[in-house]
Design a protein. Structure first.
Length: 161
């Protein structure tokens, strides 16, 4: 493969990734607002656009990894650095790469914030369900399948005669 062709392809991937991340960031901000407002209907509609962006980012990452493999480079970050050094010795893509990394970090932070909010809500719902089912105040231990269970409440225990 010609280094100039590789560089152009990598540049087009970075441009597309930056655009996708630019669309994802406000969606993650809106998702937080909708989670806070408990607007489930709008959250579902926004979720489809969010998932489309995530799928696009995964496709772009796969293309970058394939480019590395095509040149017998590892398909990890080190291989990508080797690829960039080979096809872009003038480092003209360095600023695009940094922009994508910054946007991705912001999106990751927003996604983690939203995930923490969802986890907190799930924990609260689980607590309410424990009160309703009479399991509140009972110690929680790991079950065989890896989840939690309350000792003494396992209906799967066989009675011995």
């Amino acid at each position: 493969m010609d280094p100039n062709v590789c560089r152009e392809h990598l540049e087009s991937l970075l441009i597309e990734e930056a655009g996708t991340l630019a669309r994802l960031e406000p969606l993650l901000e809106k998702e937080h607002e909708l989670l806070t407002a408990n607007d489930v209907d709008e959250l579902e509609r926004t979720g489809a656009a969010r998932q489309a962006c995530v799928a696009q980012l995964m496709r772009l990452a796969d293309e970058r990894r394939a480019l590395c493999r095509m040149l017998n480079l590892p398909d990890d970050l080190a291989g990508l650095d080797q690829l960039r050094a080979w096809c872009d010795p003038q480092q003209s893509l360095k600023s695009r790469w940094a922009e994508c990394a910054e946007r991705a970090a912001r999106c990751r932070g927003l996604n983690e914030r939203n995930g923490a909010l969802v986890s907190a809500r799930l924990k609260r719902v689980q607590g309410l369900l424990n009160v309703i089912t009479g399991r509140a105040g009972q110690p929680q231990v790991y079950a065989r399948q890896g989840g939690f269970e309350s000792p003494g409440r396992n209906e799967n225990v066989l009675a011995t005669a």
